[in-house]
Design a protein around this ligand. Structure first.
Ligand code: 6PG
Length: 245
């Protein structure tokens, strides 16, 4: 499903609204709610809205567990840190139990950090069918999502849930969820904003194109729902080519 919004603010409100609805329904049905946060800047406004009274008071924070889709191996207070952004935007302003917050910590080597995060996830998602309730993702201009970059071996990983990424164009490594665990999610929500993403989004969503395997195209929840929340600027080419189905 693709929903195109007039602007970034309305896109962010819609995302926050879905998180409220899903958290309330899931806690009613199963007693807890797992939310995976995307990195990057697009989700910032959505996160800020989660800490505003009108929204914050509608989420059962005591039953929420928060994870990350990926992290850059930088100090916790580094502006590149996805954990830092989310804490600043909402986590430090909502009544979520501290032991329900599960950041990816690159305290050891990226590989060791990936292995440790995978052990944590496997202790949390115990049964074979268990999966995250909501996974938020973004898309880079090169079609990457989480820290799964084009033409990287990580796209072919079929077993591991968490991988280390040695990025060639950044002076830090990353740790990322891999497709096997992302595609087990019950709901994946992509947040895409801005003109700069318009062409990439078109390539990702127009299956008729034989574009090489863009990582964002490989996010296909096996038993879950996939929603694209897009603002008008990012969705321009979709509308031009009537792809906003
Ligand atoms: C990361 C993100 C990454 C992000 C995209 C879009 O840690 O880099 O997880 O996948 O979602 O790069 O980033 P923006 O939202 O900043 O455009």
């Amino acid at each position: 499903m693709i929903r195109i919004f007039p602007d970034y603010e309305s896109l962010s409100y819609a995302a926050a609204g879905i998180i409220v609805e899903q958290s309330q329904k899931t806690v009613r049905d199963q007693g807890f709610f797992s939310l995976v946060l995307s990195g990057g800047q697009t989700p910032r406004r959505t996160y800020e809205l989660l800490s505003q009274d009108a929204v914050r008071n509608r989420i059962p924070w005591g039953k929420v567990n928060i994870f990350w889709s990926d992290e850059r191996c930088v100090p916790q207070d580094d502006p590149h840190s996805n954990e830092h952004m989310a804490r600043e935007a909402f986590i430090d302003h909502v009544p979520i139990p501290p032991d329900h917050i599960h950041p990816i910590r690159c305290t050891k080597s990226p590989q060791k950090s990936a292995e440790e995060y995978e052990l944590l996830l496997r202790s949390f998602l115990t049964e074979d069918s268990a999966s995250f309730d909501v996974v938020l993702l973004g898309v880079g201009e090169d079609g990457h999502t989480a820290s799964l970059f084009p033409e990287s071996e990580s796209l072919d990983e079929m077993k591991r849930w968490v991988l280390e990424v040695h990025s060639h164009h950044e002076d830090f490594s990353r740790v990322t969820l891999a497709l096997p665990i992302i595609n087990r999610a019950l709901l994946v929500i992509f947040l895409v904003s801005g003109e700069a993403k318009a062409n990439t989004l078109y390539k990702v969503l127009d299956n008729s194109l034989d574009s090489c395997r863009l990582p964002a195209q490989l996010v296909q929840p096996s038993n879950g729902q996939l929603i694209w929340l897009v603002d008008k600027e990012a969705g321009r080419e979709l509308e031009n080519k009537h792809l906003n189905r």
